[in-house]
Design a protein around this ligand. Structure first.
Ligand code: TNX
Length: 537
């Protein structure tokens, strides 16, 4: 009996030890490994702050955080390599074997050390910031721990559509702040569409003089739910090139690359309204659109159009240092090209099969131009139709099929399927209880559970999946508060899809253990968000 009791007790002890109630220490996205050690580190005004390079972007970011958020005025000093008690040390020493963007964060009772290079240091700092309890003033207690961390995917994106509704430069920065805190590295900026041209192009001033104004929306065409109270005002706005340069730097300081999107050949009504000669029926009175959907008129594949787009892309490429330029390519109906004598002649002359061949010719020609400037194109999965441009990366949005096909053709892929929960304009709950949206039931757990590497691909083909992206289209999002409501907390789930190793994903731990503190942080920062409810609610 005594033996039995002993066995049971030992058994219980083992179980208690294994049952760590907060194995990820609240961190979102969950790290690769978290090894808790005993004790804590007290961060105070007496703590020293040492860095290999005091001007490093990540170091400057953390110094600003300490000053402005933690209210600690600690000057950064050069790290000579000597151990200093009660210090935070940011160093590139001790990074052997760390994958790209990775970091090692060690907290002992005497020191906090982040070993990392480049972006990894910034991510180590983001994790550290999550471990500093809020509202603790000058003496925050940090749990001792050893964390090793690096991302699952090199492309971790969020898209914002600033065309259907316009959002200020200041708000775009807020969006970037959120991205940085959750280890996203790519901001896809959807800058042109049927309902607005939002980027200043010096050579074509009418793009913003005319193309950045859209009339009020009276009737949306996805649902007939009435009344559509939210959108009875015209929408105006664009970013000057100075504002854009400022935002690019702001993002770069947070290790975020901005990929600009210039839509072609479809979603071009704002451009056609500004310069009608770029369409196949210049006399037909093109207008900036005030309803949603897909419109018949697109750019005509004429020499005039190519000259225009090359000029536009030249200014875009001069502004944005990103490797990728997104050229759209989605939802371009072929009716206008079918009716155009010019297009039919061109199809014959170029010996193309049909209008899909013409779209492929269009995109390939643009790709050549973009490649000649040392950049690469990304296009929505429609660019597969009629044949992929040789170096194109495919953004798979109509499910995963486009991405699967592209990977099989040895092309890089970014997964962003609505069916996989990556459409953050979709409903977070029941239609009857949610504010007006485009539909498509996408509760938090659906987004969370998405895995961007489809079973249908072989391990070699899976290597073409660069990563994943959440898309925020704004037909039904007229205000900053609603952007936040739709984005939050689902973007946290996307961050975990993009960053966290598959084996470490755990919806229960994410939603029940870690999420509450992050929602409290959102409250403190004054963000709007949707309170997650049980599935089906
Ligand atoms: C389809 S996703 C579009 C967008 C819409 C979106 C609404 C994609 C490449 N095209 O123009 O805003 O659906 O969810």
């Amino acid at each position: 009996r005594i033996i039995l009791l002993l066995v049971t007790t030992v058994g219980f002890a083992a179980v208690t030890q294994a049952q760590d109630l907060n194995p990820n220490l609240g961190i979102i996205p969950a790290p690769v490994s978290v090894r808790k050690t005993s004790g804590s580190f007290v961060l105070s005004q007496e703590t020293a702050f040492l860095a290999d390079s005091v001007n490093n972007k990540a170091v400057v970011f953390f110094a600003d955080y300490l000053k402005n958020t933690a209210m600690l005025h600690i000057p950064v000093k050069h790290n000579s390599g000597q151990t200093v008690n009660n210090s935070i040390v940011l160093t590139s020493a001790g990074t052997d074997g760390l994958p790209a963007e990775g970091y090692r964060l060690t907290i002992t009772p005497t020191n906090v050390t982040i070993a990392a290079k480049g972006a990894g240091m910034f991510y180590g700092i983001q994790t550290l910031i999550q471990l500093i309890p809020a509202n603790k003033g000058a003496t925050a207690k940090l749990p001792c721990v050893q964390i090793e961390d690096y991302p699952r995917f090199g492309y971790r994106g969020l898209m914002l559509d600033v065309c259907r509704h316009f959002f200020t430069a200041e708000f775009v920065k807020k969006y970037i702040d959120l991205m940085a805190a959750y280890k996203f590295n790519t901001f896809h900026w959807h800058l042109t569409d049927d309902q607005g041209w939002r980027i200043e192009i010096k050579k074509y001033p009418k793009l913003t003089q005319i193309g950045s104004h859209r009339p009020a929306t009276l009737i949306g065409n996805y649902h007939d739910r009435t009344p559509q109270q939210f959108d009875d005002t015209p929408v105006d706005g664009y970013y000057t090139q100075d504002e854009i340069r400022d935002i690019i730097k702001y993002a770069a300081d947070r290790y975020i690359t901005i990929v600009p999107e210039i839509e072609m050949p479809g979603h071009a009504m704002a451009a056609l309204a500004s310069y009608p000669e770029l369409g196949c029926e210049p006399g037909s009175g093109y207008q900036v659109q005030s309803t949603w959907g897909v419109f018949k008129n697109v750019y005509c594949p004429s020499e005039k159009t190519f000259a225009f787009l090359e000029d536009v892309l030249t200014e875009v490429i001069d502004l944005f240092p990103s490797k990728y330029i997104h050229i759209g390519g989605d939802e371009a109906p072929k009716d206008a090209w079918k009716e155009s004598e010019f297009c039919q002649k061109l199809i014959k002359k170029l010996k193309l099969k049909d209008e899909h061949g013409l779209q492929s010719y269009f995109i390939q020609r643009i790709e050549k131009f973009v490649n000649s400037k040392g950049r690469s194109i990304i296009g929505w999965d429609e660019i597969l139709e009629g044949g992929l441009a040789p170096n194109a990366t495919v953004m798979s949005w109509r499910g995963e099929q486009g991405g699967i096909e592209a990977a099989r053709q040895n092309h890089n892929v970014i997964m962003t399927p609505g069916s996989g929960g990556m459409y953050l304009d979709a409903l977070q709950g029941k239609l009857s209880t949610e504010p007006l949206s485009i539909g498509g039931y996408t509760p938090l757990d659906k987004t969370y559970r998405y895995d961007p590497t489809p079973e249908a691909l072989t391990p070699d083909q899976k290597k073409y999946i660069l990563g994943v992206q959440g898309n925020l289209w704004t037909e039904y999002i007229a205000t900053e508060n609603k952007v936040e409501y739709m984005l939050l907390p689902r973007m946290f789930a996307v961050s975990e899809v993009a960053w966290t190793q598959l084996a470490n994903k755990d919806f229960k731990d994410f939603s029940e253990v870690r999420l509450p503190n992050h929602l409290a942080w959102l409250d403190k920062k004054g963000f709007d968000y949707r309170v997650p409810t049980a599935i089906g609610a």
